[in-house]
Design a protein around this ligand. Structure first.
Ligand code: ASP
Ligand code: MG
Length: 431
């Protein structure tokens, strides 16, 4: 049965990392195997900056950034292939030339379209290098263009998958020739062939889409951490690894801000009962974490999620009228139109509180729009803490000495909003 492996930017950040990827894959001889790869290191950020330079009419900045991208990818090729770098270097050069051509061609189009036609090159470049390297090490592999596999609508930068068309194309792949397949995460295309992207960090989702269509045995996401934790180990000093959790629990953790897996990844896997494994690419002996049907260990330890750079908006009708459903509908409609997500929503008799990412480009227009009909107060620099499966004592301890500006609680989830200035750099879960 088919296996799908996904490797993120960190696991292919340079030549040494790509060599390591080859060694790792050599230890998994079973086929069919599909390897989904992100852009190298921080290439997607670099491509976003390139896009800004292209659209900001700063040709010198644009040239410099394009040259940096070119140089960095070519340096990786040189380091990997040495004297025989020629053919791969030529393919990289051709992709950079094509990227440049598209920037020029689409610079006057609306930004999301332009974004997708150009930012997709991060994955096209990385997979070109990775597939060539695997072939070079004797791992028979074929490069596949995800734009010919993942069919989406034209919602650029957040494309929706056309499942039936995608399934038809993916099932059309003949995977039984003993070669592994290397393809791009994050990208797809409309039926007309325009590139689309699935949202930042969308490569996990790509792996899940392919696995769903192939009814794969499992998806493995190889990461620079040993698995899933009950909190971000960089922020919480006593975070513990979760060995098995259910799809539902993992979806809740991702939704509330755990940054390990893209939130959309789990639904397509859950529908086919395909387990998702998170494993360390540095430590193959480590067992990792598995997300699947088994919910028995959910909530064994409380989980903590932190969302920083939050803004609290309190919206009130000007005439002391009720915050009734019609007004809530109006306010939430404007939120959707602004492209913002509220991590916490709390309604009172004459107030609706929204806790939002402080994303200036989206937040300021929303505040302006709401202020024309409502009284709006706002507070910035906040941290939203979400706790799953915490008891009263834990919540009390976590809130101690901090002003709680908004809160929400149900059977298994509690959320509290604190001024960031009152929050520690490193948290500790009291036990
Ligand atoms: N390269 C894309 C990004 O950085 C997709 C991914 O890494 O999953 O967002
Ligand atoms: Mg990434």
């Amino acid at each position: 049965m088919t296996q799908v492996f996904k490797f993120g930017g960190a696991s292919i950040r340079d030549a040494a990392a790509i060599r390591h990827l080859g060694d790792l894959l050599a230890r998994f001889p079973a086929r069919p195997l599909i390897v989904v790869v992100s852009a190298m290191g921080k290439t997607t950020d670099a491509l976003e900056a390139l896009l800004a330079a292209a659209r900001g009419d700063d040709p010198a900045d644009y040239r410099e950034r394009l040259e940096t991208l070119r140089r960095e990818h070519l340096a990786t090729v040189e380091a990997l292939f040495g004297a025989s770098a020629g053919p791969v270097a030529q393919r990289v050069e051709a992709l950079i030339t094509e990227l440049d051509r598209r920037h020029r061609r689409h610079a006057r189009r609306e930004r999301p379209f332009h974004y997708d036609q150009t930012v997709c090159f991060g994955e096209l470049l990385s997979t070109t290098i990775v597939a060539a390297w695997l072939e070079d090490t004797g791992l028979a592999s074929e490069w596949r263009d995800a734009r010919e596999l993942i069919v989406t609508d034209g919602t650029h930068q957040a494309a929706n998958v056309n499942w039936s068309a995608t399934a038809e194309r993916v099932r059309g792949l003949d995977l039984d020739d003993g070669r592994l397949r290397v393809t791009q995460g994050f990208i797809g295309a409309t039926p007309e062939g325009d590139a689309t992207t699935l949202g930042r960090e969308g490569s996990d989702y790509s792996a899940a889409i392919l696995a769903h269509c192939l009814a794969a045995e499992a998806v493995t996401i190889w990461k620079d951490v040993p698995g899933l934790f009950n909190a971000d180990p960089r922020r919480v000093d006593n975070a513990v690894q979760l060995e098995t959790i259910s799809y539902g629990e993992a979806i809740a953790l991702a939704w509330h801000g755990a940054k390990v897996i893209h939130p959309k990844t789990l639904a397509p896997l859950q529908q086919r009962a395909i387990p998702l494994k998170v494993r360390s690419f540095q430590d193959l002996a480590a067992s990792g974490s598995t997300i699947g049907d088994d919910a028995r260990r959910d909530g064994e330890v409380p989980a903590l999620m932190l969302c920083e750079a939050q803004t609290l908006l309190e919206v009130r009708p000007r005439d002391f009228a009720f915050m009734d459903e019609a007004r809530q509908h109006d306010i939430l409609g404007r939120l959707v139109a602004a492209g913002l997500h509220a991590g916490l929503i709390d309604a009172g008799a004459t107030r609706l509180s929204l806790c939002l990412d402080s994303h200036p480009e989206r937040l300021e227009p929303l505040v302006a729009s709401l202020s024309s009909n409502y009284a709006v107060t706002r507070r910035d620099d906040l941290t939203l803490l979400t706790v799953r499966h915490g008891d009263d004592a834990l919540l009390r301890a976590l809130g101690e000495g901090r002003d709680c500006l908004a809160e929400r609680r149900n059977a298994d989830t509690a959320q509290r909003l604190f001024p960031a200035s009152q929050c520690p750099a490193t948290w500790h879960v009291p036990t």
